[in-house]
Structure formats: C-alpha cells, structure tokens
Design a protein around this ligand. Structure first.
Ligand code: GLN
Length: 485
C-alpha cells in the first residue's frame, strides 16, 4: 500500500491482489506509526473499516469504480456527519456537524474510504501549518521544517505515503504551496468548479476545494469525483464535468504555448536553487515540444496587498457567526451577553485569526470601506485582466509555486509579512478565479521544489494534461522522503 497511487491501488484491487479492508488497515497502521508528523487531528478507524467492507461488497457485486475502496483523508475544514470538524481551531474543538460537505458526500458516493481528518492552519489562515490549535505539522522530508499551509496535514499525509490522496482548500495558495513544499501534486480548480457547501468559510470569493495526491493522474481521478453543480452553493458553476482522467491523453506538450511571466522569475526574495530547478523543468517542457515564451503580468506585485485587504474583510464577516451561542467554544460562566461574546471569541480564536478579524473589520468600517475594500476590488479586476490578456497568447502559464523550499518551524512564525510572502506566486490565481496545479519539478538542498502551471477558467483538462505530460518525462513525483528524515 505504502506510496502507491490511486491508479495503482485501483488496479491491484481489480486484480484481486488486495481488498479495501487490507488497504484501510495498512493506512491506519501507517498513520499510527507516523504520529510524530501530527498530520491528523482525528482518525476514524471504525467507520473507515465499515466503509472498506462495504466497498469490498460493492466490488463483489461488480459495482466498483476507480475510487471504490481507496483510503483518503479530508482536511478538517470539510464538515463530516458525526465526526468532529475543528477547522484547526479551539473554537470548533467540540463541533460535530450534523451534515456532510458536498465534497465529502461526492467522494463517499464514489466509494472512497475516509480514514480521518487532517491538521491545518487555524481557519485556513497560514502558510506553514503552525497556527493550528493542535500544534504544527512536520514535513516528512525534514521534520524540523514546515510542510507549508494551510493544508499542511493533507500534504504531509500524502508525502509520507499514509494515504494516496487527500482533499484541501485553497484561498490564496493553501493547496499548491504545501504541495510544493512536500513534493506532491495539488490542484486548485477554477472558482465555482467544486461546491463550497459544508466547507467552513474563510474568504468566500476566493475559497475553493481541490485534490492533493502524488500524480496529476490521481488529481484527475479525484477532481472527476469532486466536481459538479450543487444548488446549495450559489457560486457553484453549472459547467459539464469531463472525465479528467480519460482526457489526459488529449493534451500533449507538443505545441503547448507556455507563458513565463517576467515578474515571476525576478521576484524579490526568490531562492536561487528554486529558480534553477524551475528553469530546468521548463527546459524539459521545451525539449518535449512545448513553446515557452516570455509574457508580462504587470500587476503581479499588487496581488499580496490586495489579498490582505479582501481575505481578512471577508473573513471578519464570515467568522462573526462564531459567537459562543449556537455552537463552538463557550466561555465559562458568562456575566452577560457581551461578556459571553467577548470571552468566547477571545478564548476560542488564536492570534493570527484575531489579527485577520481586526484588519478586516477595519477595512470594512464606515469611511474606510471605499479606501480599502472597494479599491482592492478594483485592483483585483486589473489583476484578472492581466491574465485574460496573457491567455490570448498562451495556453498555460508556468513558474515557481513558492519562492523557497520548506523553511524551519518557527522561522517565520513571528513575522506575518514574511509568512504572507510565501504566497506571492499563488495568490493572484485566486483573485482571478483561475485553476492552477503545483507539481514536483526538482530539488534544492535536498528538499522538493514545485512548479506551478496556471490555466484559463475551466481549462482543468488541459492543465492536468500538461502536468501529466511532464510527469511522463520526469520522475520528481516519484521521489519520496526517507523514513529517517
Ligand atoms: N497563506 C494564505 C493565508 O494565510 C492563504 C491561505 C489559504 O489559501 N487558505 O491567507
């Protein structure tokens, strides 16, 4: 089981070499022995084994699909009926949802077996998985370093081979940046491609769920199961869902026009080893017949400042629901209603979440709304227009996913601005609502480097096809951390 892909496990089960119960038992044992990574907040052995038995029965009846019986895990931001959903926060440490998120429901219907819920930055705010109430996640490549965030538990679980795939969410880079730092593949779909129903809201105009796995082929299997229209999310798009795996072969690298944004290659703070690895990856694309060309995304430098107005503004509004009244943390013996609100929120939220609520409340307050939120929305439009112009000339845009490899735990924890700059290459994609994938593309100092490929709206098939093409040429996606790291 260890380190095998969904595609390989599905074949093994189809040939009768192993059962879902065996795979699930082996995943549960691996999770147990990798406890030091802190990748999981909750493990659900009983329900997992029941689902595995049901999957084996379905296979005997001839009703198995590619995901039937495959063990997966969900980021602890997706609501799961009867299973605690903490969002990495003390605020929701006691929250047991009465319903499933759309993504959870879809993957269960596809036969996948949920083995547990993965650790994450509190309310998905962070780039290092250090803001979790449950403590930091460790990167299996080097246990003193961060796995990236906010989907750090999901990334570490795949990188360590505990499960072949996980779900994540990406508001400004939280699928792609941890995928890059742990040497796996991660896809942030087009805004609206996957329903946000039952996914705890951070910044609603940016949040999007997506898959994390070792290969682009596995991402395509997961996306096919996760995508689709859902009337319970009013921003979910009613676009047909392709069989993304079947479409992989339709998109060869030959003749693919690859845009290289000038601004991404001479960005400040860019690690030389990362830049070199990404240049080499682009040469591999060229050798396979792709046509790289320089482009410009002139407003790239504005993406981080714009995001840090819009995301906190939306977060401050979304998080107002956590008031200690209906669910979540409630302080002991409140004196009156105001005391209940103040102490419940004061105790329930961590420092980074409070910082965002304060910044966002300020940006939305009377007199400042026009100067900050409205202005940020206008610049957001300019960033989106930069991409629209680029996609008149190119099919995909390539560059580094993150400016550095995995950094040490604690290194940026006291410097929010340095932390925010981990997402300089990923944030603009969310502001523009575009799909993007991060794939392993090299190493620097023995740690993985990710390459980001950005596509046009709803062009996931081409994006995954290009990523798959690259993985046919290279074996960075097969590199795994050594167990002693
Ligand atoms: N690191 C960014 C932030 O802290 C993005 C997080 C995310 O994508 N959820 O907001």
């Amino acid at each position: 089981m260890h380190n095998r892909t969904i595609a390989e496990l599905a074949d093994a089960m189809a040939r009768g070499e192993c059962s879902s119960v065996e795979l699930t038992e082996s995943a549960l044992a691996a999770i147990d022995s990798a406890n030091d990574l802190n990748a999981f907040v909750t493990v659900t052995p009983e329900s997992a084994l029941a689902q595995a038995r049901a999957a084996d029965d379905a296979r005997r009846r001839g009703e198995a699909g590619v995901l039937t019986g495959v063990p997966i895990a969900h980021k602890d931001i997706f609501c799961t009926t009867g299973v605690r959903t903490s969002c990495g926060s003390r605020m929701l440490d006691n929250f047991v949802p009465p319903y499933d998120a759309f993504v959870v429901e879809k993957l269960r219907r596809a036969g996948a077996v949920m083995v547990g819920k993965t650790n994450m930055d509190e309310f998905a705010m962070g780039s290092s998985n250090e803001t979790s109430w449950y403590g930091p996640v460790r990167n299996p490549w080097s246990k003193d370093t961060v796995p990236g965030g906010s989907s750090g538990g999901s990334a570490a679980a795949v990188a360590a081979g505990l499960v072949p795939a996980t779900t994540g969410t990406d508001t400004g880079g939280s699928i792609r940046q941890p995928a890059a730092l742990t040497g796996i593949s991660g896809l942030k779909p087009t805004y609206g491609r996957v329903s946000r129903y039952g996914m705890i809201a951070f910044a609603s105009s940016l949040d999007q769920a997506g898959p994390m796995a070792a290969t682009a082929e596995d991402l395509s299997i997961m996306l096919t199961a996760m995508a689709g229209f859902d009337r319970r999310d009013s921003t979910c798009a009613d676009e047909p869902v392709t069989d993304y795996r079947a479409a992989l072969g339709n998109h060869s690298l030959k003749g693919l026009r690859v845009g290289l944004p000038r601004e991404y290659f001479n960005a400040e703070g860019m690690d030389a080893g990362v830049a070199m690895a990404v240049q080499q990856a682009i040469e591999a694309l060229r050798a396979a017949g792709a046509e790289p060309r320089e482009i410009s995304l002139p407003n790239s430098g504005l993406a981080v400042p714009v995001y840090y107005v819009i995301a906190p503004a939306e977060a401050s509004s979304n998080l107002s629901r956590f008031d200690g009244v209906r669910y979540g943390h409630r302080c002991a013996e409140p004196r009156d209603l105001e005391d209940l609100y103040k102490r419940s929120r004061g105790e329930g939220f961590g420092e980074e979440v409070k910082r965002r609520i304060m910044v966002g409340t300020y940006a939305l307050s009377a007199g400042y709304y026009d100067a900050y939120y409205l202005k940020a929305q206008q610049v957001r439009r300019m960033i989106r227009d930069d991409f629209a112009r680029a996609f008149e000339q190119v099919d995909v845009i390539a560059g580094p996913t993150a400016p550095s490899v995995a950094f040490a735990i604690g290194e940026k924890a006291d410097d929010p601005v340095q932390m925010y700059l981990s997402d300089i290459f990923t944030i603009a994609v969310n502001l523009a609502g575009l799909p993007a994938v991060s794939i392993p593309a090299g190493q620097s100092d023995g740690l993985p480097v990710g390459m980001q490929l950005i596509g046009n709206h709803f062009d996931e098939a081409r994006l995954l096809g290009a990523a798959h093409g690259f993985q046919q040429l290279t074996d960075w996606h097969k590199q795994r951390p050594s167990p002693e790291a």
